[in-house]
Ligand binder design. Structure first.
Ligand code: PMV
Length: 287
């Protein structure tokens, strides 16, 4: 049994979304595939393979499948731990594969969201649910961590982004905990990030105005202490090469930068000259 789920990029609102502000994120065509096979002995511990077996992963798989009886294989074309939602994609693919393996219906979006969020919580302790919502639903979403969380599909915009990879993984759990510990001093910055979201929704099809909002979001992310010198340098590289705006995506502490562009070629060339891995992505609906 095999299931796939997509990764994501956050257009605006990471970290602030954990604390109740809105955010916008979109699904990308890169994702995670999970394959499940029954073990001959149903009470044998799940087999995760030498390369991928670690305690957190084992606990997440146990949350989705129970502790025994399955061989679980993972394949990914998402860079791991770089703010592209690999753990949410893994969580969603796991619960989808489980439903298929047990002959259950795929479940509603809300059911898949609740099941995948329980798995994602093992990885990140206090996830907003944004990544899981995008992985489950696809497309581009306005999301708010209300009780229950609310997500609303937005019309797919025409632009694409260039993704530039610092090559460094940040720990979402540690970065989210760090931001939480800096509250309430940084609350005005989190609130300002939240205010950028309705403005971005209003200008979603206007890359120039949207780019300015991305730039302000990146300045605020720097202000709350989650950017790095490498991330800032990649944002500068992209805007110097003609991007409308650039910011980190996800928890920060490294990870990827997304740069909003009309024509990706100059930013891709600048990245290649600097030896920085870069590629294009656009928002996609669920397959
Ligand atoms: O780095 P990622 O892909 O796990 O994204 C984290 C996004 C945060 O807003 C920082 C946390 C969250 O749960 O929304």
């Amino acid at each position: 049994m095999r299931a796939w789920a997509s990764g994501k990029l956050i257009l605006l609102g990471e970290h602030a979304v954990v604390h109740g502000e809105p955010a916008i994120a979109f699904s990308v065509s890169l994702g995670m595939t999970v394959t499940l096979d029954r073990l001959p002995n149903p009470s044998a511990p799940n087999a995760l393979g030498d390369l991928t077996d670690d305690a957190l992963l084992r606990a997440a798989v146990a949350t989705a499948l129970g502790p025994t009886g399955w061989r679980v294989t993972f394949q990914t074309d998402l860079p791991l731990g770089r703010g592209m939602g690999s753990s949410a994609a893994l969580s969603t693919a796991l619960i989808r594969a489980r439903r298929e393996a047990l002959g259950l219906p795929p479940g509603t979006i809300d059911e898949q969201f609740a099941e995948a969020l329980a798995v994602e919580t093992v990885f990140h302790a206090n996830p907003s649910g944004l990544d899981v919502a995008v992985s489950v639903r696809g497309g581009i979403l306005h999301y708010r961590r209300t009780s229950p969380p609310t997500f609303r599909a937005l019309p797919l915009p025409p632009w694409q982004v260039v993704v530039l990879d610092t090559g460094k993984a940040g720990s979402t759990k540690a970065l989210v905990a760090g931001v939480t510990a800096r509250r309430p001093a940084i609350d005005p910055l989190l609130q300002r990030i939240g205010q950028l979201v309705p403005a971005a929704e209003a200008h979603l099809h206007d890359p120039k105005l949207l780019g300015a909002l991305l730039h302000e979001n990146q300045c605020l992310l720097r202000g709350i202490g989650v950017s790095t010198a490498e991330v800032d340098a990649l944002c500068d590289l992209a805007t110097a090469a003609g991007a409308y705006g650039a910011k980190l995506s996800g928890a920060g502490g490294g990870g990827v930068v997304l740069a909003l562009v009309d024509d990706p070629a100059p930013v891709l060339r600048a990245a290649a000259r600097a030896g920085v891995p870069a590629w294009t992505c656009r928002p996609v609906e669920a397959p």
